[in-house]
Design a protein around this ligand. Structure first.
Ligand SMILES: [Zn+2]
Ligand SMILES: [Zn+2]
Length: 455
């Protein structure tokens, strides 16, 4: 609980700190680096080109950042109940495994018999969800206390959830940052490097710094090891150097040096994140899928190890196995509605009529246990599990990309990146064509077995 509180507090601090950094960087670039190019390097043309850059580049980054930071708390939250097409069982959709549905029925003292092909949709009872529908690829964010469709991860950098709908904004932010940092601090790299060398030398010649830092043994520990000790010495030397000059170091002062250094770290981090995000997206994964997949593999490995050693498997591992499993179950409607029940029962029922009949099905889908002449349950389809090696939401690299980012490269235009490509579709992820074909084939096979259809 305390850790969670602390994490929450840090998260609240990061955005204002980052925004202050953006503002300070803009001010320095706009009012100090531009004039430096004219005064020190005598490059008036370059200075003229450079002058509007801080506003354009830092402005673009800030707008993207604010967009993610100020996303409303209801962003990507699914509706309380599934769409009519799902409630009426007219389309393929992800549902609970029959075993889970059975557990829920038993817990509610409801009959389990004949329920094996009645699909229950997943619902969330955590946080503020209160039984909200959990469509495919929806996850509950414990930080925000709600479920979000297309959940990718909760990002501490903007203290908000990242969902598939806002990946274009996020990715643009990640991709704009490194070139902006490099371009804006380019005039400073060489002089800053020389300044750092001078500061480092001074730190070793200064009596004070030698006594209180370099010869002081705890400096190896309190700064976090040799790298920290080096950075600490450098900062002390730099401060001393600034103090020795009338203008306090001017644009070469320690504060600007630290900002350039932080900018470089930011550029590296965002470039790394952009690369991994693009690779995940192309493979049809969201960050959470990757995390869950690793957790699942780790659990399997631990269980295998215990089995080999002939030791019993703790309940926790078994629970984890179930929790991290990405095995999906799909309700697959029968293609031809006239044959979904015992012979002749629903002859001539068109899809439209089915919708009308069940237009306001009150709770999940269980109201559909219409009795046929023989008192049995009418089956509109069957529940088919995805195969372990099947990846229903991997539609191939091009489609994976286009679903989230939109067609071609338009997402790179700053104003395009601000509006989500996925809107309501975020609660209705398409299934890979090959998986859908296999599911439908399997449903048809079962239908024939169930109703004894020949051929
Ligand atoms: Zn939830
Ligand atoms: Zn969140």
């Amino acid at each position: 609980m305390l850790v969670k509180r602390l994490f929450w507090l840090i998260q609240q601090l990061i955005p204002p700190l980052l925004l202050s950094y953006f503002y300070a960087a803009w001010k320095i670039c706009r009012y100090e680096v531009g004039p430096l190019l004219v005064k020190q390097y005598n490059l008036p043309t370059i200075a003229r080109i450079y002058t509007p850059l801080p506003t354009i580049l830092i402005g673009t980054i800030t707008i993207h950042y604010l967009r993610l930071y100020f996303l409303p708390s209801t962003q990507s939250v699914p509706p309380h109940d599934p769409a009519l097409a799902i409630r009426s069982q007219l389309k393929i959709f992800e549902c609970l495994a029959p075993s889970e549905a059975g557990t829920i029925c038993r817990a509610n003292n409801e009959p389990v018999d004949g329920m094996e092909d009645v699909p229950l949709v997943d619902r969330c009872w955590k946080g503020r969800c209160g039984g909200r529908w959990k469509p495919a690829r929806t996850r509950h964010c414990s930080q925000c206390g709600v479920c979000r469709g297309g959940f990718d991860h909760h990002c501490p950098f903007f203290a908000n959830c990242l969902t598939a709908a806002y990946i274009p904004t996020f990715l643009s932010l990640l991709l704009y940052t490194p070139p902006s940092v490099v371009l804006l601090s380019l005039p400073l790299y060489s002089p800053m490097y020389h300044r750092a060398l001078a500061a480092y030398t001074l730190s070793h010649t200064s009596e004070n710094i030698r006594t209180y830092w370099w010869d002081w043994t705890p400096s190896w520990i309190i700064a976090g090891g040799p790298v920290g000790r080096f950075v600490g010495g450098l900062i002390l030397g730099w401060r001393e150097l600034d103090r020795s000059e009338d203008d306090g170091g001017g644009v070469m002062r320690l504060g600007v040096g630290l900002m350039v250094g932080f900018g470089l770290i930011l550029a590296l981090v965002t470039a790394g994140l952009a690369t991994s995000s693009i690779s995940l997206l192309l493979n049809g994964n969201l960050t959470i899928d990757q995390g869950r997949h690793s957790a699942h593999s780790r659990t399997i490995a631990s269980i295998q190890k215990l089995v080999k050693q002939n030791r019993s498997i703790p309940q926790k591992l078994e629970d984890d196995l179930l929790k991290f499993s990405d095995r999906a179950y799909f309700f697959v409607p029968f293609e031809n509605h006239s044959s979904y029940g015992p012979e002749g029962q629903s002859e001539g029922t068109s899809r439209e009529e089915v919708v009308d009949d069940h237009g306001d099905i009150p709770e999940v889908l269980r109201g559909d246990n219409e009795s046929g002449n023989d008192g049995g349950v009418v089956r509109r389809g069957v529940i088919v599990p995805a195969l372990p090696e099947e990846r229903p939401y991997d539609l191939g690299r091009t489609r994976n990309w286009e679903i989230v980012m939109g067609p071609r490269w338009s997402w790179l235009l700053p104003w395009k990146a601000l509006s989500p490509v996925l809107r309501e579709d975020i609660f209705d992820w398409p299934i890979s064509e090959s998986v859908e074909k296999r599911l439908r084939g399997e449903a048809e096979r079962r239908r024939r077995v169930l109703f004894g259809v020949e051929g």
